[in-house]
Design a protein around this ligand. Structure first.
Ligand SMILES: Nc1ncnc2c1ncn2[C@@H]1O[C@H](COP(=O)(O)OP(=O)(O)OP(=O)(O)O)[C@@H](O)[C@H]1O
Ligand SMILES: [Mg+2]
Length: 405
């Protein structure tokens, strides 16, 4: 597993490039330049011009070399251009005649580059692609919110579950809750359910995880939300890796409108795998200077991780206006605003625990329920303010490289 500083996003955005050229020399010349490209990271395969693209493990890009005999690469282009799905096709031309360029475009090439390949030109085309993919993946499927914090007992379990419940009860959205506080696993207790399955049930199927298998590991709560519980044993908790977390989150977001993650207070690779897939990271702190100073350390780490989401949003939980540590004092330490305040409401919390009902069944009009709803609404509003994107990242890739209409 990579270290925390290794920016796991980079692993995820490796582009698979399949090189198609008649002779080994032609391919070697191009490969040499591609191997010098460090960003975006590339994985290169190659073959003769007659090879089917599908045989090379679903590449993102096929680079087809036109060097001398045009008939073979043109035939390749024509054969692959109309297929769906297909990789993006780059034509690499030695001859810069407008006639050949036109024929190559007609045959279905999405991008043209010239030989000898210029490292600047190819890097630019590849970067455009990987950036576009990064952006398109960001809004594919449901929205993931991670609820995290470095101090213990600040309300991560309570807030992540209540946000999922609010989205379900008050906004009628499909919400899942993922308990990534793996060793503690407090969500089952919080929701008064006894999960038989957990995220550990998926480890052995992670290479070919499908929605049926994933659904079988979820526990349905009477409210309508689904819980992917933490494992029952600490040994099983230790078997869950960032790969498991990544695959599970990429799939679960396809099944729900919202995925709430209780990422616990541990900074580890599992948490990073969750944060890097999250539209928002909600950092929870209580009304103490210790919590505010811990949050500063988190901000520092978060910046160094280079994640795709913005800075975390700070949620002040158990807010009490009579507490001598004021919100202003906390903001002063943080140097950032508080995104939302959730009031301290011991009576309502007690009622919820005693009745084994959720907050919206026991006290839907409480200040606690209202404040969680307001937070959910604000988060949702931020998302809806972002422009809708047409479905299918491949179509968007075509647009990114100024490809065919
Ligand atoms: N807004 C609130 N008002 C009153 N009590 C609250 C509030 N939010 C959480 N609590 C209480 O604070 C305690 C800690 O909450 P919770 O278990 O959600 O924190 P946590 O950050 O998940 O803790 P841990 O580090 O143990 O996982 C619980 O007893 C919970 O009922
Ligand atoms: Mg907890």
């Amino acid at each position: 597993m990579a270290g925390l500083g290794a920016k796991p996003t980079e692993r995820r955005y490796t582009l698979l490039v399949h090189l198609v050229g008649e002779t080994e020399e032609q391919r070697a010349e191009v490969r040499k330049v591609l191997e010098e490209v460090s960003d975006p990271p590339l994985e290169i395969t190659e073959d003769g011009a007659h090879t089917q693209v599908e045989g090379s493990g679903d590449p993102d890009i096929a680079m087809v070399i036109f060097d001398g005999n045009e008939a073979v690469p043109l035939g390749y282009l024509q054969a692959h251009a109309e297929r769906s799905p297909r990789p993006l096709i780059f034509a690499l031309l030695r001859d810069q005649s407008p006639m050949l360029m036109r024929r190559v475009l007609h045959a279905g090439a999405d991008e043209m580059l010239f030989l000898p390949l210029d490292i600047g030109a190819v890097t630019r085309a590849l970067l455009k692609l990987s950036e576009k993919r990064r952006r398109s993946e960001r809004i594919e499927g449901g929205v993931i919110y991670s609820v995290t914090g470095l101090s213990g007992g600040v309300g991560l379990t309570t807030l992540s579950a209540n946000l999922a419940l609010a989205l379900c009860h008050a906004f009628d959205r499909r919400a899942a809750l993922v308990d990534l506080d793996l060793q503690k696993g407090g969500q089952g207790v919080f929701l008064h359910v006894e999960p038989e399955e957990s995220i550990a049930s998926l480890i052995d199927f992670i290479r070919k995880l499908d929605s049926i298998r994933l659904e079988s590991a979820l526990t349905k709560h009477p409210s309508g939300i689904y819980l992917l519980a933490a494992p029952n044993s600490i040994e099983d908790a230790e078997r869950v890796t960032d790969i498991t977390v990544g695959v599970v989150l990429d799939l679960i977001r396809q099944l729900f409108d919202f995925v709430l993650i209780d990422s616990g207070r541990h900074v580890n690779e599992n948490a990073v795998a969750a944060w890097e897939r999250s539209e928002e990271v909600l950092y929870v702190l209580d009304q103490s200077l210790v919590a505010a100073h811990s949050a500063l350390r988190f901000i520092d780490l978060f910046g160094r991780l280079g994640l795709r989401c913005e800075e975390p949003r700070f949620i002040l939980n158990r807010y009490d206006s009579t507490n001598p540590v004021t919100e202003e004092a906390i903001v002063k330490v943080l140097g950032r605003p508080i995104f939302a305040r959730i009031p301290r409401d011991d009576r309502t919390i007690e009622k919820v625990h005693l009745r084994s009902h959720d907050l919206w069944q026991s006290a839907p009009n409480s200040s606690l329920a209202r404040s969680v709803e307001t937070l959910a609404r604000r988060l949702n509003a931020r998302r809806e303010a972002t422009p809708e994107v047409v479905p299918g990242w491949f179509a968007r890739l075509l647009g990114a490289v100024g490809a065919r209409a």
